[in-house]
Design a protein around this ligand. Structure first.
Ligand code: FEO
Length: 394
C-alpha cells in the first residue's frame, strides 16, 4: 500500500491485513483489520506513532522508505500490545539512536515483552508536552482502553488526536478516511467496541468527558479508517457507554434434541407478538462478534441451554463467560432450558452471571419436551419481560 498524507508532514505508514480472520485467537475479524502507524516528518528526521504487527514488518519498512527520511528519532508507543509495538525492536535495529517515548507502565510491559533496554526509553508523565520540529505532542494517559498503560497523543496545531485502539475498528479498507454514510463502518466500530472496549464502559465515560475539553478535527486510531468528522465516532461512543438500553432481547442458545429450541422459538413468538425485538444466537452457527455487538444495547439476556451430564452445554458456558467478562449493561437476565433426568444447569449459569448488575427473571427449566404448563410459563416470562421493559420508560 502507498503511504498516505493525513496533514502536512503527517503520513499514514500503516499496513492492511486483508486476510486476518482471528485476533488474539479469540476475536473473529470478518472484515480483516489494519495496523495504523503514523510518521511525522521534520525535514529528514521522523517520529513514529506506534508501529505495526510483526507479520507486516517488510511492508512497514517499505512504507518508511517511501517517506524518504534519513532516520527515525522517536517512536511514541501508546500501547504495548504486539499489533502496535511488535516492530519496535526492528526499528531500533535499523535506527539504533531511536528513543521510545512512553509511560512508565508501557515501558515496563515493553521491556518484559520485547526484552528492550532501559536506555531505549524516554519516559513521559500524564499531560506532558513534547516538541518535535514545529509540532507539539501532548500525552493524555487513558488507562484501560484497553490495557492499563494506554494513552492518547494530541497535536494541538493540527488538532489531531491519535488514539491507538480507542475508537478503532477492525476493518481492512483501502480508504484512509471514514465515511460516516457507510453503515458497515458503524457496524465495524460497534463490533470493535463490543469485543474490546465494552468491559471498560465506566472508565470510557470518564475519558469521553475529558476529551470534551479538547478541540479535535481528526481522530486517528490504530485500527481502521480515520475520522475527520470526530463527532460521528464520539457520539456513537457516548451512546454505547451510556446507561440507556434498548428494548431488545438476545437469546444465546443451543439445543441438542430440539427441546430447548422449541422453548426458544415459543418464547420468541410470544415476544414478537408484543412487538419486542428478539434475536436468537445459535452458538454453533453464529459469529460471537455479532452476539457481543447485540449485548451493547440489549435490555434483556436469556441464556437457553440443554443439560449435558448435570450442567449447561459448554457452548452456553462460553456465552455466559462472555457476558461475565464483557459486562454488558443489560438490566434483566434469565435462564431457560431442559434436562432429561436431573440438572444443576440453572445454578451453574446463575453463578456465572452473578457479576452482572441485572434483575433475574424467573427461570423456565423443563424435563424433556415442554408441556402445556411449560409453554404457559414461557408465556408468563414473555409477559414479565414486556412489563420489565415498560418500566424502563418510566
Ligand atoms: Fe490493537 Fe490492544 O491492540
Amino acid at each position: 500500500m502507498p503511504i498516505k498524507k493525513v496533514k502536512e508532514d503527517i503520513y499514514w505508514v500503516g499496513t492492511i491485513d486483508w486476510d486476518r480472520r482471528l485476533f488474539d485467537e479469540l476475536i473473529p475479524l470478518p472484515d480483516g483489520t489494519s495496523y495504523n502507524s503514523y510518521l511525522i516528518k521534520n525535514q529528514d528526521e521522523a517520529l513514529l506513532i506506534d508501529t505495526v504487527d510483526p507479520s507486516k514488518k517488510d511492508e512497514f519498512f517499505q512504507n518508511i522508505k517511501e517517506a524518504k527520511i534519513k532516520k527515525i528519532k522517536y517512536i511514541i508507543a501508546q500501547h504495548a500490545e504486539q499489533d502496535h509495538s511488535g516492530c519496535i525492536p526492528d526499528v531500533l535495529r535499523e535506527y539504533p539512536d531511536c528513543k521510545i517515548i512512553t509511560n512508565q507502565k508501557c515501558k515496563e510491559l515493553l521491556t518484559d515483552e520485547l526484552l528492550l533496554k532501559q536506555e531505549n526509553f524516554y519516559e513521559i508523565k500524564d499531560e506532558e508536552i513534547f516538541h518535535f520540529g514545529d509540532k507539539t505532542f501532548q500525552f493524555l494517559f487513558s488507562p484501560w482502553v484497553h490495557w492499563p498503560e494506554t494513552f492518547l497523543t494530541y497535536l494541538p496545531e493540527t488538532k489531531i488526536l491519535f488514539t491507538c485502539d480507542f475508537f478503532g475498528s477492525h476493518l481492512a479498507t483501502s480508504e484512509l478516511w471514514a465515511d460516516s454514510k457507510k453503515t458497515y463502518l458503524y457496524r465495524a466500530a460497534k463490533r470493535y467496541y463490543a469485543e474490546i472496549m465494552m468491559p471498560f464502559r465506566q472508565v470510557i465515560k470518564k475519558h469521553l468527558e475529558k476529551l470534551k475539553g479538547l478541540s479535535i478535527d481528526i481522530i486517528a486510531p490504530s485500527h481502521g479508517p480515520i475520522y475527520r468528522n470526530p463527532e460521528y465516532i464520539l457520539s456513537a461512543y457516548q451512546e454505547w457507554v451510556s446507561d440507556q438500553v434498548k428494548e431488545e432481547v438476545v437469546i444465546p442458545y443451543i439445543s441438542m434434541h430440539g427441546c430447548t429450541q422449541k422453548m426458544v422459538l415459543y418464547l420468541m413468538e410470544q415476544l414478537m407478538k408484543k412487538n419486542i425485538k428478539v434475536t436468537p444466537y445459535h452458538l454453533i452457527y453464529s459469529d460471537v462478534g455479532e452476539l457481543a455487538m447485540a449485548l451493547v444495547d440489549a435490555a434483556t439476556i436469556i441464556l437457553a441451554s440443554p443439560t449435558v451430564l448435570t450442567g449447561p452445554h459448554p457452548q452456553i458456558v462460553y456465552a455466559a463467560y462472555l457476558c461475565k467478562i464483557l459486562k454488558p449493561k443489560a438490566r434483566f437476565a434469565g435462564i431457560i432450558g431442559s434436562f432429561g433426568w436431573g440438572s444443576k444447569m440453572e445454578q451453574d449459569l446463575l453463578q456465572m452471571l452473578s457479576n452482572l448488575n441485572v434483575e433475574l427473571l424467573p427461570s423456565v427449566i423443563v424435563k424433556s419436551y415442554p408441556t402445556k404448563d411449560d409453554f404457559l410459563k414461557l408465556g408468563q416470562l414473555a409477559e414479565k419481560i414486556a412489563s420489565s421493559h415498560a418500566k424502563l420508560k418510566e
